[in-house]
Ligand binder design. Structure first.
Ligand SMILES: Cc1cc2nc3c(=O)[nH]c(=O)nc-3n(C[C@H](O)[C@H](O)[C@H](O)COP(=O)(O)O)c2cc1C
Length: 213
């Protein structure tokens, strides 16, 4: 069993990557293989809207790294997407990636029935996290994935995915904002990521058991 996480942040290893690692670390405790894919490490060119994917289960653009990422997606049982909020939206990099997956579902839903999960974080407390969760979730649902949320099954209801903020509070001195040093100081984000990882693990394991029986 294998779970990959795809980070759309333009900053490698920072807040979004930390949240995705929290999810993957939880998944790895169940002996599931994991991999974090930083989109900044890959060359992904924009969709040209040539509509080749309306006729073929393929993409006309061959001179970039999108196929390498696609192979990893096909091999995975679970896919976790992460993007920080940029102007109440996903990052430009994540959007370019999203558009380039069109061929994976226009003729045939190649990612159908995989398990999906999403994480985001923003500078502000209400900086657009819920909008980004919705964008990422709807994208995965368009590809036929089943979404797990960050709810603890026994108590409380959290988000459809995991959210974080680096907002710390208002600064008395200059009427400005104090920021957390990193998302590591957001313990609710940590808790939601762990729940997401647990729910992802449970869903993947149950599906494996039922497909083997
Ligand atoms: C271009 C740009 C746009 C941003 N837009 C928002 C925004 O609309 N709302 C918000 O709260 N934070 C916004 N931020 C802040 C980031 O969401 C925040 O710094 C986040 O923690 C970055 O994640 P990373 O560490 O994975 O790069 C923006 C940052 C950048 C660079």
């Amino acid at each position: 069993m294998r779970v990959i996480a795809i980070n759309g942040s333009h900053r490698k290893g920072k807040n979004t990557a930390i949240m995705l690692q929290w999810v993957l670390e939880e998944v790895a405790t169940a002996n599931i293989e994991t991999e974090l894919i930083e989109l900044t490490d890959y060359k992904i060119t924009s969709c040209k809207a040539c509509n080749f994917c309306l006729r073929e289960t393929d993409c006309n653009i061959k001179n970039d790294d999108m196929m390498a990422i696609a192979e990893k997606m096909f091999k995975a049982d679970g896919i976790v997407l992460g993007s920080p909020v940029y102007f109440t939206n996903v990052t430009g990099l994540m959007k370019i990636f999203i558009d380039r997956t069109r061929w994976m579902h226009m003729c045939r839903n190649m990612l159908r029935d995989k398990i999906g999960a999403v994480v985001t974080n923003a500078g502000l407390r209400n900086g657009g996290q819920e909008i980004v969760l919705n964008i990422l979730t709807r994208f995965l649902m368009a590809h036929g994935l089943h979404i797990v949320d960050s709810r603890n099954p026994n108590k409380g209801i959290y988000n459809i995915g995991a959210t974080g903020t680096v907002f710390q509070g208002l600064s008395q001195e200059n009427n400005g904002i104090n920021w957390k040093k990193s998302i590591r100081e957001d313990n609710l984000a940590f808790k939601e990521c762990k729940e997401l990882g647990r729910n992802l693990t449970r869903e993947i394991t149950l599906r494996k058991i039922s497909s083997n029986s």
